[in-house]
Design a protein around this ligand. Structure first.
Ligand code: DGL
Length: 271
Protein backbone atom coordinates (compact mmCIF):
# COMPACT_ATOMS: atom_id res chain seq x y z
CA UNK A 1 0.00 0.00 0.00
CA UNK A 2 1.38 3.39 -1.01
CA UNK A 3 -0.68 6.57 -0.67
CA UNK A 4 1.70 8.84 -2.59
CA UNK A 5 0.27 10.41 -5.77
CA UNK A 6 0.88 9.35 -9.36
CA UNK A 7 2.56 12.08 -11.45
CA UNK A 8 1.39 12.42 -15.06
CA UNK A 9 2.60 14.79 -17.76
CA UNK A 10 2.15 15.80 -21.38
CA UNK A 11 2.75 18.86 -23.51
CA UNK A 12 -0.86 20.02 -23.00
CA UNK A 13 -4.36 18.61 -23.00
CA UNK A 14 -3.55 15.22 -24.55
CA UNK A 15 -2.43 13.52 -21.34
CA UNK A 16 -5.91 14.00 -19.96
CA UNK A 17 -6.89 10.97 -22.04
CA UNK A 18 -4.67 8.96 -19.67
CA UNK A 19 -5.87 10.86 -16.60
CA UNK A 20 -9.50 10.14 -17.42
CA UNK A 21 -8.83 6.40 -17.55
CA UNK A 22 -6.50 6.42 -14.51
CA UNK A 23 -9.24 8.16 -12.51
CA UNK A 24 -11.91 5.77 -13.79
CA UNK A 25 -10.06 2.55 -12.96
CA UNK A 26 -8.23 3.76 -9.83
CA UNK A 27 -10.58 6.35 -8.30
CA UNK A 28 -8.85 6.25 -4.94
CA UNK A 29 -5.44 7.33 -6.29
CA UNK A 30 -4.22 10.91 -5.98
CA UNK A 31 -3.07 12.32 -9.32
CA UNK A 32 -0.87 15.32 -10.09
CA UNK A 33 -0.93 16.37 -13.74
CA UNK A 34 1.42 18.73 -15.54
CA UNK A 35 0.57 20.04 -19.03
CA UNK A 36 3.34 22.08 -20.63
CA UNK A 37 0.89 24.40 -22.38
CA UNK A 38 3.45 27.20 -22.63
CA UNK A 39 5.68 25.05 -24.85
CA UNK A 40 3.15 22.87 -26.71
CA UNK A 41 3.49 21.32 -29.31
CA UNK A 42 6.39 19.00 -28.52
CA UNK A 43 5.98 16.89 -31.65
CA UNK A 44 8.24 18.82 -34.02
CA UNK A 45 11.11 19.33 -31.58
CA UNK A 46 14.55 17.74 -31.57
CA UNK A 47 15.56 14.95 -29.20
CA UNK A 48 17.81 17.25 -27.15
CA UNK A 49 15.05 19.78 -26.54
CA UNK A 50 12.52 17.04 -25.75
CA UNK A 51 14.86 15.51 -23.18
CA UNK A 52 15.43 18.92 -21.60
CA UNK A 53 11.68 19.62 -21.38
CA UNK A 54 10.88 16.13 -20.12
CA UNK A 55 13.52 16.40 -17.37
CA UNK A 56 11.97 19.67 -16.20
CA UNK A 57 8.45 18.19 -16.29
CA UNK A 58 9.59 15.24 -14.17
CA UNK A 59 11.56 17.46 -11.78
CA UNK A 60 8.43 19.52 -11.16
CA UNK A 61 6.26 16.45 -10.58
CA UNK A 62 8.85 14.98 -8.23
CA UNK A 63 8.31 17.91 -5.85
CA UNK A 64 5.02 16.13 -4.98
CA UNK A 65 6.88 12.95 -3.95
CA UNK A 66 5.08 10.70 -6.48
CA UNK A 67 5.27 6.91 -6.34
CA UNK A 68 5.39 6.70 -10.16
CA UNK A 69 5.55 8.91 -13.22
CA UNK A 70 3.35 8.40 -16.28
CA UNK A 71 4.64 9.94 -19.51
CA UNK A 72 1.19 10.53 -21.02
CA UNK A 73 2.81 11.73 -24.23
CA UNK A 74 3.72 9.67 -27.27
CA UNK A 75 6.44 12.11 -28.27
CA UNK A 76 8.35 11.92 -24.98
CA UNK A 77 7.66 8.19 -24.59
CA UNK A 78 9.18 7.43 -28.00
CA UNK A 79 12.14 9.77 -27.51
CA UNK A 80 13.15 9.98 -23.85
CA UNK A 81 11.69 7.02 -21.93
CA UNK A 82 15.06 5.30 -21.47
CA UNK A 83 16.73 8.50 -20.23
CA UNK A 84 13.96 9.22 -17.72
CA UNK A 85 13.87 5.63 -16.47
CA UNK A 86 17.61 5.65 -15.95
CA UNK A 87 17.58 8.94 -14.05
CA UNK A 88 14.69 8.20 -11.71
CA UNK A 89 14.46 5.77 -8.80
CA UNK A 90 10.68 5.39 -9.11
CA UNK A 91 8.79 3.60 -11.92
CA UNK A 92 8.46 5.68 -15.10
CA UNK A 93 5.82 4.45 -17.58
CA UNK A 94 5.54 5.40 -21.25
CA UNK A 95 2.69 4.76 -23.68
CA UNK A 96 4.42 2.70 -26.40
CA UNK A 97 4.64 -0.80 -24.96
CA UNK A 98 1.02 -1.04 -23.79
CA UNK A 99 -0.29 0.36 -27.10
CA UNK A 100 1.80 -2.09 -29.11
CA UNK A 101 0.50 -4.96 -26.99
CA UNK A 102 -3.09 -3.87 -27.53
CA UNK A 103 -2.62 -3.51 -31.30
CA UNK A 104 -0.81 -6.85 -31.60
CA UNK A 105 -3.68 -8.48 -29.75
CA UNK A 106 -6.43 -6.81 -31.79
CA UNK A 107 -5.20 -7.07 -35.39
CA UNK A 108 -6.43 -10.02 -37.39
CA UNK A 109 -4.98 -9.13 -40.79
CA UNK A 110 -1.55 -7.98 -39.53
CA UNK A 111 -2.05 -4.53 -41.03
CA UNK A 112 -1.78 -1.82 -38.44
CA UNK A 113 -2.03 1.92 -38.97
CA UNK A 114 -0.06 4.33 -36.81
CA UNK A 115 -0.48 8.08 -36.55
CA UNK A 116 1.61 10.30 -34.30
CA UNK A 117 3.72 13.41 -34.11
CA UNK A 118 6.79 13.86 -36.32
CA UNK A 119 9.11 12.97 -33.44
CA UNK A 120 7.16 9.80 -32.59
CA UNK A 121 7.02 8.54 -36.16
CA UNK A 122 10.69 9.43 -36.77
CA UNK A 123 11.73 7.40 -33.70
CA UNK A 124 10.32 4.13 -35.09
CA UNK A 125 9.56 3.10 -31.49
CA UNK A 126 6.00 1.88 -32.05
CA UNK A 127 7.05 -0.21 -35.07
CA UNK A 128 9.90 -1.81 -33.11
CA UNK A 129 7.61 -2.71 -30.23
CA UNK A 130 4.94 -4.09 -32.57
CA UNK A 131 7.36 -6.13 -34.68
CA UNK A 132 8.86 -7.76 -31.62
CA UNK A 133 5.39 -8.79 -30.44
CA UNK A 134 4.06 -9.75 -33.86
CA UNK A 135 6.83 -10.45 -36.37
CA UNK A 136 5.78 -9.77 -39.95
CA UNK A 137 3.21 -7.16 -39.02
CA UNK A 138 2.82 -4.46 -41.65
CA UNK A 139 2.71 -0.92 -40.23
CA UNK A 140 1.49 2.09 -42.23
CA UNK A 141 2.72 5.12 -40.31
CA UNK A 142 1.85 8.77 -40.82
CA UNK A 143 3.01 11.91 -39.00
CA UNK A 144 0.14 14.36 -38.42
CA UNK A 145 1.67 17.65 -37.25
CA UNK A 146 -1.51 19.73 -37.60
CA UNK A 147 -3.64 17.66 -35.24
CA UNK A 148 -2.18 18.76 -31.89
CA UNK A 149 -2.65 22.50 -32.59
CA UNK A 150 -6.23 21.76 -33.68
CA UNK A 151 -6.99 19.86 -30.48
CA UNK A 152 -5.30 22.50 -28.27
CA UNK A 153 -7.58 25.07 -29.91
CA UNK A 154 -10.70 23.07 -29.19
CA UNK A 155 -11.21 22.01 -32.83
CA UNK A 156 -11.89 18.30 -32.35
CA UNK A 157 -15.64 17.82 -32.40
CA UNK A 158 -17.57 16.01 -35.15
CA UNK A 159 -19.06 18.55 -37.53
CA UNK A 160 -15.96 20.78 -37.36
CA UNK A 161 -15.19 20.89 -41.07
CA UNK A 162 -11.55 21.95 -40.63
CA UNK A 163 -10.81 19.11 -38.20
CA UNK A 164 -12.63 16.61 -40.42
CA UNK A 165 -10.79 17.70 -43.57
CA UNK A 166 -7.35 17.59 -41.94
CA UNK A 167 -7.99 14.20 -40.32
CA UNK A 168 -9.27 12.76 -43.60
CA UNK A 169 -6.20 13.94 -45.48
CA UNK A 170 -3.85 12.33 -42.96
CA UNK A 171 -5.84 9.12 -42.70
CA UNK A 172 -6.49 8.51 -46.42
CA UNK A 173 -3.29 6.49 -47.10
CA UNK A 174 -3.72 4.57 -43.83
CA UNK A 175 -7.26 3.60 -44.77
CA UNK A 176 -6.13 2.71 -48.31
CA UNK A 177 -3.56 0.29 -46.83
CA UNK A 178 -6.45 -1.84 -45.53
CA UNK A 179 -5.55 -1.68 -41.83
CA UNK A 180 -7.92 -3.26 -39.31
CA UNK A 181 -6.29 -1.50 -36.33
CA UNK A 182 -5.21 2.12 -35.93
CA UNK A 183 -2.90 3.24 -33.13
CA UNK A 184 -3.68 6.81 -32.12
CA UNK A 185 -0.01 7.23 -31.18
CA UNK A 186 -0.33 10.70 -29.69
CA UNK A 187 -2.39 11.22 -26.55
CA UNK A 188 -4.08 14.26 -28.08
CA UNK A 189 -5.68 12.23 -30.87
CA UNK A 190 -8.35 10.38 -28.87
CA UNK A 191 -10.07 13.73 -28.44
CA UNK A 192 -10.75 13.36 -32.19
CA UNK A 193 -11.80 9.75 -31.83
CA UNK A 194 -15.32 10.29 -33.18
CA UNK A 195 -14.03 12.04 -36.30
CA UNK A 196 -11.39 9.36 -36.86
CA UNK A 197 -13.74 6.47 -36.13
CA UNK A 198 -16.31 7.84 -38.59
CA UNK A 199 -13.65 8.21 -41.28
CA UNK A 200 -12.00 4.80 -40.79
CA UNK A 201 -15.30 2.94 -40.48
CA UNK A 202 -16.63 0.31 -38.08
CA UNK A 203 -14.20 -2.44 -39.12
CA UNK A 204 -11.13 -0.58 -37.82
CA UNK A 205 -10.33 -0.72 -34.10
CA UNK A 206 -8.83 2.46 -32.69
CA UNK A 207 -6.16 2.02 -30.00
CA UNK A 208 -6.13 4.90 -27.51
CA UNK A 209 -2.57 5.00 -26.13
CA UNK A 210 -3.48 7.01 -23.02
CA UNK A 211 -6.20 4.55 -22.06
CA UNK A 212 -4.00 1.50 -22.67
CA UNK A 213 -1.18 3.03 -20.67
CA UNK A 214 -3.48 3.72 -17.71
CA UNK A 215 -4.52 0.06 -17.60
CA UNK A 216 -0.89 -1.05 -17.80
CA UNK A 217 0.04 1.31 -14.94
CA UNK A 218 -2.71 -0.16 -12.78
CA UNK A 219 -1.42 -3.69 -13.36
CA UNK A 220 2.18 -2.69 -12.60
CA UNK A 221 1.25 -0.84 -9.41
CA UNK A 222 -0.68 -3.90 -8.27
CA UNK A 223 2.29 -6.18 -9.01
CA UNK A 224 4.63 -3.88 -7.08
CA UNK A 225 2.18 -3.48 -4.14
CA UNK A 226 2.08 0.27 -4.79
CA UNK A 227 -1.71 0.72 -4.96
CA UNK A 228 -3.49 3.11 -2.65
CA UNK A 229 -6.13 1.05 -0.89
CA UNK A 230 -7.38 3.87 1.32
CA UNK A 231 -11.17 4.29 0.92
CA UNK A 232 -12.53 7.49 -0.63
CA UNK A 233 -11.90 9.45 -3.78
CA UNK A 234 -8.39 10.62 -4.61
CA UNK A 235 -7.47 14.25 -5.19
CA UNK A 236 -6.69 15.37 -8.74
CA UNK A 237 -4.48 18.42 -9.14
CA UNK A 238 -3.48 20.04 -12.42
CA UNK A 239 -0.63 22.40 -13.28
CA UNK A 240 0.17 24.11 -16.55
CA UNK A 241 2.91 26.43 -17.81
CA UNK A 242 0.47 28.88 -19.48
CA UNK A 243 -2.95 30.21 -18.53
CA UNK A 244 -4.70 28.10 -15.90
CA UNK A 245 -8.13 29.44 -16.94
CA UNK A 246 -7.81 28.37 -20.57
CA UNK A 247 -6.70 24.89 -19.55
CA UNK A 248 -9.42 24.57 -16.91
CA UNK A 249 -12.24 25.30 -19.33
CA UNK A 250 -11.00 22.75 -21.86
CA UNK A 251 -10.24 20.17 -19.16
CA UNK A 252 -13.71 20.55 -17.61
CA UNK A 253 -15.25 19.87 -21.01
CA UNK A 254 -13.13 16.83 -21.68
CA UNK A 255 -13.13 15.26 -18.21
CA UNK A 256 -16.79 16.16 -17.58
CA UNK A 257 -15.87 17.36 -14.12
CA UNK A 258 -15.23 20.75 -12.58
CA UNK A 259 -11.46 21.02 -12.18
CA UNK A 260 -11.30 24.83 -12.11
CA UNK A 261 -10.33 25.08 -8.42
CA UNK A 262 -7.55 22.54 -8.86
CA UNK A 263 -5.55 24.13 -11.71
CA UNK A 264 -2.40 26.13 -11.00
CA UNK A 265 0.25 27.80 -13.15
CA UNK A 266 3.93 27.02 -12.77
CA UNK A 267 7.17 28.44 -14.19
CA UNK A 268 8.53 25.18 -15.59
CA UNK A 269 11.81 26.76 -16.67
CA UNK A 270 12.72 27.03 -12.97
CA UNK A 271 13.02 23.22 -12.69
N1 DGL B 1 0.32 14.50 -26.66
C1 DGL B 1 1.68 14.40 -27.09
C2 DGL B 1 1.97 13.11 -27.76
O1 DGL B 1 1.37 12.15 -27.36
C3 DGL B 1 2.37 15.63 -27.51
C4 DGL B 1 2.05 16.19 -28.81
C5 DGL B 1 2.71 17.48 -29.09
O2 DGL B 1 2.85 18.30 -28.19
O3 DGL B 1 3.08 17.68 -30.24
O4 DGL B 1 2.78 12.99 -28.63
Amino acid sequence: MDTRPIGVFDSGLGGLTAVRELARIMPEEDLVYFGDTGRVPYGGRSRDILIKYARQDVAFLRTFNPKAIVIACGTVSTTALDVLQEENDIPVFGVVESAARAAAHVTKNDRVGLIGTRASIRSGAYERALSSLRPGVNVTARACPLLVPLVENGRFRPGDSVAETVAAEYLAPVKAAGVDTLILGCTHYPLMKSIMGDYMGPDVTLVDVGEQCARWVKRQLELDALRNERPGAGRHRYFVSDSAEDFASMACLFLQEDVAGEVGQVDITAY
